[in-house]
Write a protein that binds this ligand. Sequence first.
Ligand SMILES: [Fe+2]
Length: 172
Amino acid sequence: MKAAPVFEAGSHRWWIIYDQDEHRVIDSNVYVIESNGQSIILDPGGFEIFPQVFAAMVEVIPPSSLKAAFVSHQDPDIASSLPLWHACNDKMEWHVPKLWEGFIRHYGALDAPLQNIPDEGGDVMIGGRRLEFIPAHYLHSSANFHVYDPEAKILFSGDVGAALLPPVMTHG
Ligand SMILES: [Fe+2]
């Protein structure tokens, strides 16, 4: 996997970490936002791809800057890496849909600090900047959130529009 810049304005930056050629599992698009030396990872991905995501991430930010993770919904390709991230940094706060907390706990790391996002939404401060958790229920999970960055004017829309296509259509 590889990290590529999406947005930059001074100390406020976004990256995407994406699959290049490996298609062993469903593709994941992982995003990292860094602001004033603190960072958050959005939809950190599955257990299987954790080493590749971590290796790509450390190319752009120091792991010690990770303050939080955001999980848009409960799927394993989004959230099953939780125990591995937690083993690396047990101070990371995990912002997860309230409805799915009990399911996400099945991935492990029962002592991880999970912060429930209520159905109405919420926010988090990263490096002094506010990111909004926008309710996006049924887009595509029943309790689902997107992230809006008012300063960068970027909406992270997770799995909206995600579809499973025949290999010739996705890799051709
Ligand atoms: Fe999903």
